[in-house]
Ligand binder design. Structure first.
Ligand code: HEC
Ligand code: HEC
Ligand code: HEC
Ligand code: HEC
Ligand code: HEC
Ligand code: HEC
Ligand code: HEC
Ligand code: HEC
Ligand code: HEC
Length: 379
């Protein structure tokens, strides 16, 4: 091995090591703490009590027709409101409806039913300003800003007069997203993750928000989401204790990072995080919302389907192409022995070579010092 080759090998190895340390050392993408439900406004410190409003809005079948022709229902069910988190805590109607404290009300500024929601939901931010601020960065707010008025706001997910704990039971979370993302929900429901949550109430598998965030929902239109998605998987799939419960190997993560696909992705994350790469991340092989157990006949990575998965990017790949690749296996004497022995060779050869060089430098320096001292003695 020439010195040049040796140096470039060491450099590559150091780079890989560095990438590894950076990847595992950096704060994880998805470990963000949610803000607490910390309302700053005390209940009932206002002069208008709920019965004033319910004198009209408590009557059945109140409604008006909006300029768009849609109906706005005006009846508020006293019972439902009193059982909501806000009703139970003694909050007054006018603590949300701060501009409607008497009748006649100021003129209604809504043309459509959706206008009314988009005006009125903003009151949630009075007390839950942390959630409100956080939501400003979400894909939903960005969609709203670009004119997609169906994107979710507080009341789409929580309701207005019937707000209740949003995660009890936990299966309620994907069901909330289902209101608008029903196609994805259908796929998720059948996936290894979704079937465990919706079928068995398994607390260890991800719901939508473990991967996307809640109020700051992120998605593939954020340029970094695809590239950094392996870090989402790592939260659980690199956790030995959690994975041991299911007999799933955590080697998948290390082997992926060591693989030529993963190495490039990791370096990309560090150097050009705002660019797409064409190298596969976990979901390119496993699928996203329809991810299956690896021995499920419908899995994208089961032997029968694997070639097709590789062909997404290697269109010329033939039947034996996947066999040239060692998947997530750690090489061993009985499994990809050539790779194993080459690795073993280098793991002995390189330290020996480095040690040898070190020894050479030290003894050489020692010899020079010795002869110089000797010269001085004699001279
Ligand atoms: C005398 C009956 C009456 C009383 C009392 C009343 N409302 Fe209304 N409210 C209406 C009517 C009628 C509408 C339909 C729009 C309009 O005419 O302004 C309405 C509309 C609304 C709307 C729809 C959105 C909007 O901006 O108009 C809200 C919210 C509302 N009322 C809240 C309240 C609250 C809170 C109180 C208690 C302070 C209250 N109302 C007291 C009759 C009443
Ligand atoms: C936690 C905040 C909050 C409280 C408390 C609250 N509201 Fe509302 N209210 C809203 C929001 C947000 C909307 C818009 C909901 C939508 O678009 O569906 C709304 C809508 C309404 C409407 C319009 C029709 C409708 O249902 O969309 C009426 C009328 C109304 N509220 C009356 C009341 C009355 C009466 C009370 C007290 C018993 C009350 N609200 C308490 C937030 C609140
Ligand atoms: C006047 C202050 C105030 C406003 C305005 C307000 N909330 Fe709340 N909210 C509270 C309080 C207080 C709690 C905590 C209740 C508790 O600790 O049980 C709470 C709790 C919640 C919870 C948590 C429920 C749980 O048990 O985990 C949700 C969700 C929520 N609010 C949504 C909303 C939405 C949506 C709006 C707008 C329609 C809104 N809030 C407007 C005061 C407010
Ligand atoms: C896309 C759906 C969605 C939207 C939009 C949304 N929330 Fe939530 N919210 C949730 C879910 C799901 C949870 C449960 C989070 C969990 O279990 O960790 C939650 C939790 C909460 C809580 C309970 C405390 C907490 O942080 O867990 C509050 C309070 C709250 N939301 C307020 C709001 C307010 C205010 C808005 C508007 C600015 C809003 N939410 C918009 C889905 C949503
Ligand atoms: C295991 C993590 C994970 C879970 C669980 C998950 N997602 Fe996703 N989701 C992703 C990733 C990663 C992408 C980006 C795919 C890409 O870059 O091609 C994505 C993409 C999306 C998109 C945009 C692209 C599209 O396919 O339309 C939406 C919308 C979405 N998810 C919603 C949901 C909803 C709703 C749920 C729950 C029913 C959910 N996700 C559950 C990881 C997840
Ligand atoms: C009221 C309807 C509604 C609800 C409820 C809703 N969404 Fe969305 N969501 C939208 C719309 C509209 C868009 C923008 C268009 C699109 O990409 O489909 C969107 C976009 C997204 C995207 C894709 C962004 C991208 O980068 O392409 C993700 C991810 C997402 N939502 C996740 C969620 C999750 C998670 C939940 C539940 C906690 C949820 N949504 C609840 C309406 C909703
Ligand atoms: C919140 C934790 C969590 C996250 C995040 C997560 N998973 Fe999982 N995953 C699990 C658990 C727990 C199981 C086992 C479920 C079972 O067997 O019931 C599992 C199962 C799997 C399986 C099936 C393995 C088998 O048994 O054959 C695959 C493949 C998988 N996950 C891939 C991924 C990928 C890819 C990502 C990232 C996009 C991801 N997971 C994100 C917890 C998670
Ligand atoms: C190039 C395609 C490819 C990529 C990229 C990939 N996998 Fe896999 N994965 C496979 C194949 C093929 C199998 C089945 C054979 C095996 O276990 O090696 C598998 C198996 C698995 C299993 C099941 C292991 C077990 O013990 O049953 C999990 C979990 C898994 N992968 C997660 C991941 C995660 C997390 C990532 C990203 C860090 C990832 N995979 C990236 C192709 C891929
Ligand atoms: C999302 C696209 C994508 C998918 C899916 C994918 N690859 Fe690759 N693969 C690449 C790219 C791009 C390179 C070049 C990597 C580099 O130069 O860093 C590559 C390189 C390789 C190489 C190195 C030799 C060569 O041809 O350059 C092998 C072997 C390989 N892939 C095998 C597989 C196998 C087997 C699968 C299916 C299990 C697969 N790949 C799936 C994008 C992909």
């Amino acid at each position: 091995m020439s010195i040049k080759k040796f140096l470039s090998t060491s450099l590559a190895l150091t780079g890989l090591l560095l990438a590894f340390v950076l990847l595992f050392g950096l704060p994880k993408l998805a470990g963000r703490a949610e803000a607490p439900a910390a309302p700053a406004v005390a209940p009932q410190n206002v002069g208008v009590d709920n019965e004033t409003c319910l004198a009209c809005h408590g009557l059945p079948d109140q409604q008006i027709t909006l300029p768009s022709g849609e109906i706005l229902y005006l009846t508020v069910d006293r019972e439902i409101y009193n059982n909501s988190v806000h009703g139970k805590n003694g909050y007054a109607c006018v603590q949300c409806h701060t501009t409607l404290t008497s009748y006649p009300h100021p003129p209604l500024a809504a043309y459509t039913r959706r206008d009314a929601t988009l005006n009125l939901y903003q009151s949630c931010g009075r007390c839950h300003y942390q959630h409100y601020d956080r939501a400003l960065d979400s894909v939903h707010q960005k969609a709203l800003a670009t004119g997609n008025r169906q994107a979710a706001v507080c009341t789409d997910c929580h309701g207005a007069h019937n707000v209740r704990p949003p995660n009890e039971p936990r299966s309620h979370i994907p069901q909330t997203c289902q209101l608008c993302h029903s196609e994805i929900y259908k796929r998720y429901e059948e996936s290894v993750h979704g079937s465990a949550l919706l079928g068995e109430g398994n607390p260890d598998v991800p719901s939508c928000i473990d991967c996307h965030g809640v109020h700051d929902v992120e998605g593939p239109s954020d340029s970094q989401f695809h590239l950094f998605s392996p870090q989402i998987c790592a939260k659980c799939h690199a956790n030995d204790e959690l994975m041991a419960k299911y007999g799933i190997s955590t080697d998948v993560f290390e082997t992926y990072v060591a693989d030529f696909h993963g190495t490039t992705v990791v370096l990309f994350e560090k150097t050009t995080p705002d660019q797409e790469t064409n190298k596969p991340v976990c979901i390119d092989c496993h699928g996203v919302h329809d991810m299956r157990e690896v021995d499920d006949p419908e899995s994208t990575v089961i032997k029968e389907n694997l070639l097709q998965t590789c062909q997404k990017c290697h269109p010329d790949a033939t039947l034996h192409f996947p066999e040239a690749w060692i998947a997530h296996y750690q090489p061993a004497p009985d499994n990809h022995p050539v790779v194993y022995y080459v690795n073993l060779f280098y793991s002995i050869f390189i330290p020996t070579l480095l040690g040898g060089m070190g020894l050479f430098v030290v003894t050489d320096a020692g010899r020079r010092l010795y002869s110089r001292l000797k010269e001085r003695q004699h001279g």
